[in-house]
Design a protein around this ligand. Structure first.
Ligand code: ZN
Ligand code: ZN
Length: 336
């Protein structure tokens, strides 16, 4: 296919200002890079943290977006694992050095030289992108572009959070029932776990949505669940949920914080942590997380609930996410 020299992109120029629709040069694939025509890109809470300045030092100007789904248009030197036309996805982790102590011990998600899609390298709110072949995943059959997009971050981070519980468990609390929660709840239910969903106080629609996806209980985040929980994942960026989740935890319970940013955690008495309860955080993802999630998702099968916006309406999608108006995930669709 012929590739134009310019493409549409929604460009982030400075904190606190809306993204700007621009014609920008189409990037060229370097060695070890895959050149992709983007069909869809999910909108994630991390995008809000970048636009709102809670994540500092982004590349500027920047094309945000790190839940990219598209097809391979051409291949840079040394790329043999993909072919033209392959349906692929690009996640948040866009580059690691392979040499630092974290990379060497299998924790590439903690790489000290990592680069991040839509944060320190350009991302997916555009018509084309290039991506390091190591961080390009094949999209499983059975997913269209729009429905696959949320798997690339909401799904991946949700899955890593779930995996980091790290022990056998029966009851799982999920705090904040947005894009990540709606995916991981389906996997948990499929694996026979009992899911307890906590939403913003009074969010009855969110609670109905959670029950529809198989939660045995759904209520306000200020409530205590009817049973003690073996594990909890907190997706809402609200620090006061950490002591709330600890209070709801059974002995040995694990509380995993799945977000990249959270408001301060209030002081709490040691007794709610005692009895070997644990608090963990999740950072980024590894390729293994991506490969495992994309293998499990079609088996469940995970169905993503999406609200579609054209690329040009990215600011509206961000605002809807900020105001909590969305159920499931927001996805930008690139022009016809
Ligand atoms: Zn490294
Ligand atoms: Zn994300």
């Amino acid at each position: 296919m012929s590739v134009p020299h310019k493409m549409k992109a929604m460009v982030f120029e400075s904190q606190g200002k809306p993204l700007v629709l621009k014609q920008v040069p189409v990037p060229e694939p370097g060695d070890n890079h895959v050149f992709i025509q983007i069909h869809a890109c999910g909108v994630c809470r991390t995008d809000l943290h970048i636009v709102d300045g809670e994540l500092t030092n982004p590349k500027l100007p920047l094309i945000i977006g790190h839940e990219i789904v598209g097809s391979v248009v051409s291949l840079g030197k040394n790329v043999s694992e993909f072919k033209i036309g392959d349906k692929v996805g690009v996640p948040w982790l866009g580059y690691t050095c392979g040499k630092c102590k974290y990379c060497l011990r299998g924790e590439e998600n903690l790489c000290e030289n990592a680069k991040f899609t839509g944060y320190t390298i350009d991302g997916g709110f555009a018509e084309y992108t290039t991506a390091d072949r190591r961080y390009v995943f094949k999209i499983p059959a059975g997913y269209d572009d729009n429905h696959a997009a949320p798997l690339l971050c909401a799904g991946l981070i949700g899955y890593r959070s779930y995996r980091l519980i790290g022990k056998d468990f029966e009851t799982l609390g999920i705090y904040g029932f947005g894009a990540a929660a709606h995916i991981i709840a389906q996997i948990a239910v499929h694996q026979g776990k009992k899911v307890y969903a906590f939403t913003k106080p009074g969010d009855k629609d969110g609670q109905v949505f959670a029950r529809k996806l198989g939660a045995v209980w759904a209520g306000d985040s200020t409530e205590q669940p009817p049973v003690k929980l073996d594990a909890s994942i907190i997706f809402a960026p609200v620090g006061s949920l950490v002591p709330a989740a600890l209070k709801a935890s059974d002995r040995g319970g694990v509380v995993v914080c799945g977000g990249i940013h959270m408001s301060d955690i209030p002081q709490f008495p040691y007794e709610i942590l005692w009895e070997e309860r644990q608090i963990k955080s999740v950072a980024n993802l590894t390729r293994q997380d991506g490969e495992e999630l994309l293998e499990i998702a079609p088996k469940v099968p995970v169905k993503t609930e999406v609200t579609i916006y054209p690329l040009e309406r990215a600011n509206e999608a961000l605002n809807d996410l900020r105001s909590g108006k969305l159920q499931g995930a927001a996805v930008l669709e690139m022009g016809g």
